[in-house]
Design a protein. Sequence first.
Length: 49
Amino acid sequence: ARFLLSKVNPSITHNSYQSQDGSAAVFTDDVSFQVFTDHLRKLVVQGNS
């Protein structure tokens, strides 16, 4: 699960990054579940080496 600890304002985008009220845009990076599980499998197989 992901928890966002900031108020999300959909009116703030990469096009309107310079906000007037002093709030900052929150950038997130999402990957598909398939990419996540593939990466997790790779890390598990790799082990601690």
